[in-house]
Design a binder for this molecule. Sequence first.
Ligand code: ADP
Ligand code: MG
Length: 729
Amino acid sequence: MSTLEDRSNAKRQAIGRTVRTFQPTLDANGNPIPVSEYFGDNAFDATKASVIPKAIRKEVKEFIHSRQALSKDKVEVIAAAVTNWAISKGCSHFCHWFQPLTGGTAEKHDAFLSFEDSKPIEKLTVSQLMQGEPDASSFPNGGARSTFEARGYTTWDLSSPMFIMESANGKTLCIPTAFISYTGESLDNKTPLLKSLSYLSKEASRFYNLIGEDVKSVHTSVGCEQEYFLVDKALHHARPDLLMTGRTVFGAASTKNQQLDDHYFGIIPSRVMAFMQELDHELYKLGIPAKTRHNEVAPGQFEIAPIFCEANVAADQNQLVMATIKNVAEKHSFVAMLHEKPFAGINGSGKHVNWSITDDKGRNKLEPGLDPAHNLSFLASVSIVLKAVYDHSAALRMSIASVGNDHRLGANEAPPAIISVFLGDALAEIFEQLVEGKSLSESKSKVLMDVGATQLMNLMKDNTDRNRTSPFAFTGNKFEFRAVGATMPVNLPVSILNAAVATAFKDAADYVESALAKGEGKEEALFNLIVRDAQLSQKVVFNGDGYSDEWVAEAETRGLPHLRTTPDALAVLQDTQLTKFLVDGDVMNERELDMRYNVLIERYNGLRTIELNTLLNITHQSIIPVGLEYKKDIAVGIRATEDIGMKTDGEREIYELVDNTLANVFNHAKAMRSKLADMPTEESDCARYIVQELFPMSEELAGYCSELEVLVPDSKWPLPKFEELLFMR
Ligand code: ADP
Ligand code: MG
């Protein structure tokens, strides 16, 4: 366990670091070559690679949209091309890269090495490209497979580019794949996303065609803003809680934290800047268009955002961004922490998922325009999203549930665990007037056009109208799902959002279809639909301060679900009413939902139990010994002072304070230990027990540990403090 010497050494190392440089490729003048010249060098996109004949590239594109099978001879051409490419780049191995329900990524490597007529050659066969069979028995499956039937398949996802992973001593070709069980259930985070994209494309296209727009398919665009903390590696490793759990399980607040608002967009510290430059360089090679980088609100907190792209690719890219942040940080002697709440009392880290719908002609359906016909289509698209979020807010809340996010939702600078939508003043007003306008005698669509023209103009001018407290906000031409946690893959939140919106499109298409059948005109039908959806979902619109207690109370009177903790939110997966839309849309079947519940609840319990035990270990091995030692020192001092006949009132007071705090630490640790011993075995019971009993106890214990940290002399304290973790670099 940590000693005083460890802390001193760690501080010395952190202070003494030099800035790491790396050598980019230089041009003839000795300047780094422009990014455009090496962008995507380590990525292979079968729809774009020039080594693949044009006709096949076109077919791959069609395949992505239609999901019709690609013939074996075509795949052979691709396999040969990608093998040549990867080998010419120095890859010795390939791997199927997939995303099991653990939330991370997984890979199983195979050598290209093969033998033909006993001669060694490099080869990737069609079947190796298309399908893999990792021994999957150790991946979480929530009961979908028993260990003896451990077969799970990985299947090539053509729609996401392959890429080369560079490590210290070699390179590996990574092939993005979906991971499914022998019996056909999805065992990963990719498959439901792909299914939700098909569902949304089908229902949205149907809707837009009914209202007279020629739309063959739609896709979802996603851009993820990723927040993270950087902590010096030596200081990080001197805290067992950071090593074991990714967050500090206790700690006294530093006197300065974010109260001066001087970190946000501030000058980037030189060691961090060097890290960011190398990070961007690595991402560019992978074909990830990193665009913005800046300091975030909390000290030691930063953000990166790439340019948006199609959802499935964006989800894979975000996994790579997270992995690359961690790898590059390590090279710069940092640890990158993606945990949603690494330090109590200051901002946590989120991942803002920017989301919009684009049709096959590249038109963003959430982009306001000025011509009246487009207005109607735009307002209908927004009202459909509103209805989707209102109808499925519990499922959306479920999709962002995690141990880490439980600390963040409703805490400092983060949206509450209630899903509401921020529209901005201009748009909210348009919807309000539309709802009122219904009673006007004038032609309804005339009202709409009048309302639309000036106000949409305002809306477009003023897309800076922002509300940082909303979990789901309209930001000019897209929605921003802000309540997603920093560690999470975006697959699940985007899948649920897509499925919810697809369901609302389906309902809207049905509505318009029957109105048209009754002889209503298109415009009138559309107008009535907008008014109806705006009315039905009015309750989910909230433009005020989402962090206020008043909002929590009001949301409850509005009847909006408020699922405070992960176990509350995961219960949605077991409610067939709330998940029916996922089953109906073929995004997840009942078995998959059940499996996901089992995996996620088990994960919640596992992670929390690790945190509880880590806190207990630190308490016993570091905190109590230091408290006892300090008490002994004071007692020795008191005796010595009395020996020379002096008063010891002050010393006695300090002694008592330390003694009381230490007694609180000890008693709470003891009580928590015995509570832990009675943990129920059934997972749902266990989760409830943790939420209701253990977690509040651990917070109390952590509070006393932090109090003791403030009382004990700094020269005795063995663990790096918040001020060191946040400010020393
Ligand atoms: P803002 O300041 O409005 O949040 P940024 O330019 O910082 O916008 O963009 C944030 C993220 O949103 C980026 O990843 C960006 O590429 C992405 N984004 C921009 N437009 C769209 C869109 N239409 N659909 C999805 N994501 C988008
Ligand atoms: Mg933003």
